[in-house]
Structure formats: structure tokens, C-alpha cells
Design a protein around this ligand. Structure first.
Ligand code: NAD
Ligand code: TYD
Length: 351
């Protein structure tokens, strides 16, 4: 059977890497990328895909049920990998409604479209991409596993938790063949520079303040984005229907330590004295409801499906900094216009 796979949010950060991996590795599949192209979606992320015969882009809002329903019919979709979402915690604190709209109602519209389009559920899969933030916050010890109870704190994580529940409800109630994976923080090329790593690289380059929330003691578990895309590939092909898989790099960093590493690497690659840009570090008011620590136990994925991260963090961060320095036009384009206005309103002149 020909695989016709709908990837939602394929013009965003993780989605663009996933589209590239699937289009290149599976020339026998049709990959249909549906994206609304919000501030975070950018077709420049997929320039090298434009002329590939197994790739199609359809601009649509996942909340637009008729539009999504017609994508299912027109392209005879039999697999979904759902990434489209509002994804930035700080934005969710300012504007929770758009997070509920896209992440909850949009996911529901997609589920309903799949359920009504698919006459039988044989050889079908709805694979939902989610975050470890649904599990809440850890203390100094322990890891999130697939059985950790949900305890989201931010409007972003609450909306993702709700979408995860809807996916499982469609599996349990209607038998929709579904899988969910929950991944830790990603980093790498094409990440919108409002998230910590690309924002700070860009600000170091421009000699702008580096706004560290609180004392910089929060801990995140960082995974190179292409390793996440590889995990999605493995789960899409070999994961068990109805299961959940946690994805993480066993790579925890306290924010301030990570920031100092980024400064060192960026200074070196810019030809500055290593550590010179530490003077840009500016401690600012903490994020409201800031989760202290995330750490993923991804042993189930390793033991059952054989996936593990391929890149060491030192190599990944070097590649990442180099990419942003080599792609300053991309950075300048995505940080101009509407985004710059929004950022000024939120943070003043920090970018
Ligand atoms: P992103 O913000 O870079 O990309 C999101 C994409 O979704 C954009 O292309 C945007 O245009 C599109 N989109 C937004 N609203 C839409 C709508 N209503 N209809 C259609 N398209 C819409 O996000 P990302 O970091 O690539 O995250 C992708 C997915 O992975 C999200 O579901 C996110 O929750 C999840 N995730 C992200 C991380 C991370 O560290 N970035 C970690 C774990 C899970
Ligand atoms: P972020 O990249 O927004 O990811 P998430 O909140 O989803 O984990 O933030 C990563 C960490 O960095 C988080 O603890 C918040 C912190 N942070 C800052 O200290 N300053 C910033 O300007 C940003 C964007 C984040």
C-alpha cells in the first residue's frame, strides 16, 4: 500500500527536519505538509524540498475542519504525524486562548477528520507529537517515565496535555490507531529565535542583553532536533498502537551552565575572546510558574525500539551555533517585522 503521510506543522522547527528526513529517506511515500504559516512557520526552512516529486505543501489551519477533511480526501491520507502547535511557553502566558484554539481544538479537528475519512482503521496511524512538559516539574531527583501522572503548569503544557488526552480518548473510544510521544527540549537549526538557544546565539552575535530568568537554575534536558526526527521515524514505523514513548537525550543542563557554554562557543566562532560575552548576561524577573526541572527517561524507546541519541551535546551545540552564524539572513528575516514588534512589547529592546 502506498503511504500518503500528512505531516502537520512541517514548516516549523522540528517539522521541517522531519519533512526533510521522510522526503529524502522514503521516496516511495507521498509527504503532504500542512501548515498555517504562523510567525513560527517558514517555507524558507524547506527550500531544498520544493522540487521533490514526493513532497506537497498545503497551506491550511488545522482548526479549519472542512479544509483538513479535504486534504484527507484529496491525498488519500493514511498516516498522520501531528506537530502543528503554538509552542512557546512565554507566549502562552500572554495569550492562552490561541494555545487552546490550535493545540486543543486543532488536534480535535484533525482527529475527527481522520476518524471520518478512514472507513477502516487497517494500516492507518495517527501519531501525535507532544512534550515532556505535560508531566509538570521535577525536584532535584528522578525522571519522567511514560507512567508519570500528568501535572502541567503553563497554559502551553496544559493545552498539550489536553491534546494528548483527546488522542488517547479517540483511541480508547473509537479504536483510532494512535501513538503519542513526549519529547524533551530540542535544539538545532531553524528554531525560531524566541526559544533560549537561538535567541541567545543571536543576541550574543548582536551584543544584546541575554535575559536569564530568575537565577538561571532551572534544568532542561536537551536533544538535537535531528535525533528527535530519527526517533519519530522509528516510532512511526515500529511503535505499538496505543502506546506512549518518551524521547530524551539524558542530557541535563542548568540554564546558566548551558548559557556559559553557548557564550564560549559563540565567542570562539566569532573570533572573540572566549567568555567575553558573559558581560551580556542580565538576570531578569522569573517566568511565572517556571518549572524547575525536566528530565526524561527514554529507556522504553531504547529497549523496545532500539533508538538512542546519535550526537553528543558538545558536537550538537557547536554545529548549532555555526549554523546560526552561517545563516544570519534567515535570522534577520524571521526577527524582522511583526515578530520584532511583539518582542519589543514583551521584553523591551532585548533583541
Ligand atoms: P514551532 O513553533 O517551530 O512550529 C510549529 C508549526 O506549526 C509552525 O510551522 C506553525 O506555522 C504551525 N502551526 C501553528 N498553528 C497552526 C495551525 N493552527 N494550523 C496549522 N499549522 C499551524 O514548533 P516546534 O518546536 O517545531 O514544535 C513542533 C511540535 O513538537 C509541537 O507540537 C510541540 O509541542 C512539540 N515539541 C516541541 C519541542 C521543542 O523543544 N521545540 C519539544 C517536544 C515537543
Ligand atoms: P525555552 O527555550 O523557552 O523552552 P521551555 O520553556 O519550553 O523549556 O526555555 C528554556 C529554559 O530557558 C527555560 O527554563 C526558560 C529559560 N529562558 C531564559 O532564562 N531566558 C529566555 O529568554 C528564554 C526564552 C528562556
Amino acid at each position: 500500500m502506498k503511504r500518503n503521510i500528512l505531516i502537520t506543522g512541517g514548516a516549523g522547527f522540528i517539522g521541517s527536519h522531519l519533512v526533510r528526513l521522510f522526503v529524502n529517506n522514503y521516496p516511495e511515500y507521498n509527504i503532504i505538509n500542512t501548515d498555517k504559516l504562523t510567525y513560527a512557520g517558514n517555507l524558507a526552512n524547506l527550500k531544498d524540498m520544493e522540487n521533490k516529486p514526493n513532497y506537497t505543501f498545503v497551506k491550511a489551519d488545522i482548526c479549519d475542519f472542512p479544509a483538513i477533511r479535504s486534504v484527507f480526501t484529496k491525498y488519500n491520507i493514511n498516516g498522520v504525524i501531528h506537530l502543528a502547535a503554538e509552542s512557546h511557553v512565554d507566549r502562552s502566558i500572554k495569550d492562552p486562548f490561541s494555545f487552546a484554539q490550535t493545540n486543543v481544538m486543532g488536534t480535535l479537528a484533525l482527529l475527527q477528520a481522520a476518524k471520518t475519512a478512514w472507513n477502516t482503521f487497517d494500516n492507518k496511524l495517527f501519531y501525535h507529537i507532544s512534550t515532556d512538559e505535560v508531566y509538570g516539574s521535577l525536584g532535584n531527583e528522578g525522571f519522567f517515565t511514560e507512567t508519570t501522572p500528568y501535572n502541567p503548569h503553563s497554559p502551553y503544557s496544559a493545552s498539550k496535555a489536553s491534546s494528548d488526552h483527546f488522542v488517547r480518548a479517540f483511541h480508547d473510544t473509537y479504536g483510532l490507531p494512535a501513538i503519542v510521544s513526549n519529547c524533551s527540549n530540542n535544539y538545532g537549526p531553524y528554531q525560531f529565535p524566541e526559544k533560549l538557544i537561538p535567541l541567545f546565539i543571536n543576541n550574543i552575535r548582536n551584543n544584546k542583553p541575554l535575559p536569564v530568568y530568575g537565577k538561571g537554575e532551572n534544568v532542561r534536558d536537551w536533544l538535537y532536533v535531528i535525533d528527535h526526527a530519527r526517533a519519530i521515524d522509528v516510532i512511526f514505523h515500529n511503535g505499538k498502537i496505543g502506546e506512549t514513548y518518551n524521547i530524551g537525550g539524558f542530557n541535563e543542563w542548568k540554564n546558566i551552565d548551558l548559557i556559559k557554554v553557548m557564550i564560549k562557543v559563540t565567542d570562539r566562532l566569532l573570533g572573540r575572546k572566549e567568555g567575553e560575552s558573559e558581560k551580556l548576561i542580565t538576570y531578569v524577573t522569573d517566568r511565572a510558574g517556571h518549572d524547575l526541572r525536566y528530565a526524561i527517561d527514554s529507556n522504553k524507546l531504547k529497549n523496545e525500539l532500539g533508538w538512542q541519541p546519535s550526537l553528543q551535546f558538545e558536537e550538537g551545540i557547536e554545529k548549532t551555533v555555526q549554523w546560526y552564524l552561517d545563516n544570519q539572513e534567515w535570522l534577520d528575516n524571521v526577527t524582522s517585522g511583526a515578530y520584532r514588534e511583539y518582542y519589543k512589547k514583551m521584553y523591551g529592546n532585548a533583541i
